[in-house]
Design a protein around this ligand. Sequence first.
Ligand code: ATP
Ligand code: MG
Ligand code: MG
Ligand code: MG
Length: 483
Amino acid sequence: MTAKEIRQTFLEFFKSKQHHIVPSAPIVVKNDPTLMFTNAGMNQFKDLFLGEAAVKYPRVVDTQRCLRVSGKHNDLEEVGIDTYHHTMFEMLGNWSFGDYFKKEAIAWSWELLTEVYKIPKDQLYVSVFEGDEKEGLPKDQEAYDLWKQFVPEDRIVLGNKKDNFWEMGDTGPCGPCSEIHVDCRTAEERADGRGKSLVNADHPQVIEIWNNVFMQFNRLKDGSLKPLPAKHVDTGMGFERLVRVLQDKTSNYDTDVFTPLINFIAEKSGFEYVGAAEPGEKGWNEAVAMRVMADHIRAISFVIADGQLPSNNKAGYVIRRILRRAVRYAYTFLNLKEPFLNQLVPVLAEQFNGVFDELNLQKDFVQKVVLEEEVSFLRTLATGIQRFEKYDGGKIIDGNFAFELYDTFGFPIDLTDLMAREKGLSVDMEGFNKALEEQKNRSRAATAIDTGDWVIVNEDRETEFVGYDLTETETEIIKYRKV
Ligand code: ATP
Ligand code: MG
Ligand code: MG
Ligand code: MG
């Protein structure tokens, strides 16, 4: 099955169970102070769970574009290094708003995976919440007993609060969950009987694909759990992971979700994509770079298409950081010294045509924005990298130097941190934050004096644009330095 068919099959399956198909919400969240980007399918239904909005359709199914690069769910560091965490990914979900509960959710997820998608049962494991004394939460015996009808008990794993109690953020709807994991190792490897112990253990071939959350509580600001007015089902299946399993690949990047992008990058850069390379082996750095680029362009494009432009604060800065990270990978490991990422936008738009039309409709605009961002960062990147390479200050990179890279060369601090780690170094974060804070104080003081919209530049002096300043406010302060 192609990725498109796999997605459609999911929607159709739940439609046949009286679910109403709804569109994905935008990836950018504009009206929730607790969240910057959509990090799960349930976000757009938050008010329904809390009982604060009227339920129009008690059963819903969709595919939601999600982004996990900030806040409670942040996978950025894994992306490109592993083969199954993305920044932007699709979450397939079926929903019950006060309608069906555990019995149907569990039975249908099993039916879909084993009878429709035909994943062999002996490759599947399921997990159930073991309870948590501190929170006063019992083991989810009900889910356990329901699963027993389908899977032998030695394939049921009891999981702790970290893995089996799902929360959207520090506050908001939450509840115990039951997950499905697939052992994608070879038949020979699977015969070692270790599969169960590899569940939730970060094994690259034993991966979580589907989470069934039984929404029962609202986490309040004081940390307490308040029962919701009704019980709901919220499920989320990682689409790219599902495709990988069904297309029998060992990496999400080997599926048709990613191959058009990877092939384009490989062809244009002249480097071969060695997806199987291990850390330290020939081709590893290039493979990571290609995975990062193929992944990040999806996040960048959808965030822009959904209305958030790169900027110097908040959500806009998150996306600029991701973009700069991708540009640096391309520059350093694939020798791409000219704007390149933007060329991936049409490839991506073509792929998502008929799925998320938002991108195709705005592809020229998105490409232009990405190009401008690339041009701007490539202006300072080379010099910044040279400075970084020449830096000789021991194992810990000085906070003031990291600040200079940030301030003058536009290196987001996590990029400097990443480059440091590649060389076995670390960054003095405290020192960096102090330098940043001092600069903010300086700009606050400066703004207090210059209250007008106009800044009169002394005509006797030449000025040079040196970059933007990150402020806590919505305004960008363009900085000039006397030369
Ligand atoms: P993991 O443990 O692998 O990080 P998770 O437990 O954080 O996943 P959930 O919050 O349960 O993920 O989300 C539901 C599903 O979404 C997961 O079962 C997985 O298939 C998928 N998923 C989660 N994070 C990512 C990601 N960064 N990239 C791709 N798919 C993801
Ligand atoms: Mg996770
Ligand atoms: Mg997990
Ligand atoms: Mg999970």
